[in-house]
Design a protein around this ligand. Structure first.
Ligand SMILES: C[S@@+](CC[C@H](N)C(=O)[O-])C[C@H]1O[C@@H](n2cnc3c(N)ncnc32)[C@H](O)[C@@H]1O
Length: 253
């Protein structure tokens, strides 16, 4: 559920990893032009024109998302509950949702997946994303498109293992009405969106997690670790995907 509010104004320095060079910009994200790019593992990502901001690592979108969100997140809690509730901040390309959908079937694990994005991708992008082909799951293309086309705020049973609900709006105004076991935290980097990496934001996420729940994110900056600790998380540093030394897993003990 979203409380009304203005679209976020992003401002900041774009660092490395997801962003190849350093630029200082002020922009209204929802107005920016996007383009489809191919990352080094052959899978697509989205780049924001004139900024060097990308939705995934240029070293491999599928490789990065699998490593962080599936291997270091979902796999930690598999089979600990009949149904795992996952919240994703930043639905974007839908890659994390697709990888989760695949894992639920492979591991006979029921998942409820809730996600938010301020700015959904247009058809011209999500229809071209090559994830199902690259993952050798062409039969899932229609389910992938369904994730993008389904109505906001309506829960959809994509199959008997995977229920999905998305919302459009700003996370800062989001009101949780469920508790979660895993949070995939996939906002743009703190340099671009400092307002999404504060102690206050992590307190909100901490409150939304069940005891024993985990939050995983690609960002391992010291200021992010400190904000997580302020919120009450126990923070673990884990090895990152190629070209990224560390990622974070924050646990609500
Ligand atoms: C790094 S991209 C990741 C997208 C996605 N997880 C993926 O795999 O494609 C960040 C996403 O967060 C969304 N976003 C940025 N600011 C937001 C906000 N304040 N509230 C909700 N979504 C936001 C963007 O529109 C974008 O889709």
């Amino acid at each position: 559920m979203i409380q009304p509010g203005p679209a976020a104004i992003l401002s900041g320095t774009v660092g490395q990893y997801r962003h190849a060079m350093v630029v200082k910009i002020d922009f209204k994200f929802v107005m920016m032009k996007r383009e489809l790019i191919i990352t080094q593992d052959g899978s697509h990502s989205i780049a924001i024109d004139q900024t060097n901001i990308t939705y995934h690592s240029r070293y491999g979108a599928i490789r990065e998302s699998t490593h962080i969100y599936i291997e270091s997140g979902l796999k930690k809690l598999l089979h600990q509950k009949p149904c795992i509730n996952i919240f994703e901040m930043g639905f974007g390309s839908g890659l994390n949702a697709l990888l989760t959908l695949i894992s639920t079937v492979e591991h006979n694990q029921e998942v409820y997946y809730e996600t938010i994005d301020e700015s959904y991708l247009e058809n011209q992008f999500f229809e071209k994303l090559n994830y199902c082909r690259e993952l050798k799951k062409p039969g899932l293309q229609s389910a992938f498109i369904q994730l993008h086309l389904c109505e906001s705020e309506k829960e959809v049973a994509v199959n008997s293992f995977f229920r999905f609900k998305k919302s459009q709006g700003s996370f800062q105004h989001y009101i949780f009405n469920k508790s979660f076991d895993i949070i995939f935290y996939d906002a743009f980097a703190p340099a671009a969106q400092p307002e999404l990496w504060t102690g206050y934001i992590f307190m909100k996420l901490f409150e939304a997690l069940n005891a024993g729940g985990v939050l995983v994110t690609y960002c391992s900056k010291g200021c992010v670790q400190r904000a997580m600790k302020v919120a009450g998380f126990v923070v673990e540093k884990l090895p990152g995907p190629p070209h990224k030394r560390e990622i974070l897993r924050a646990i609500k003990v």
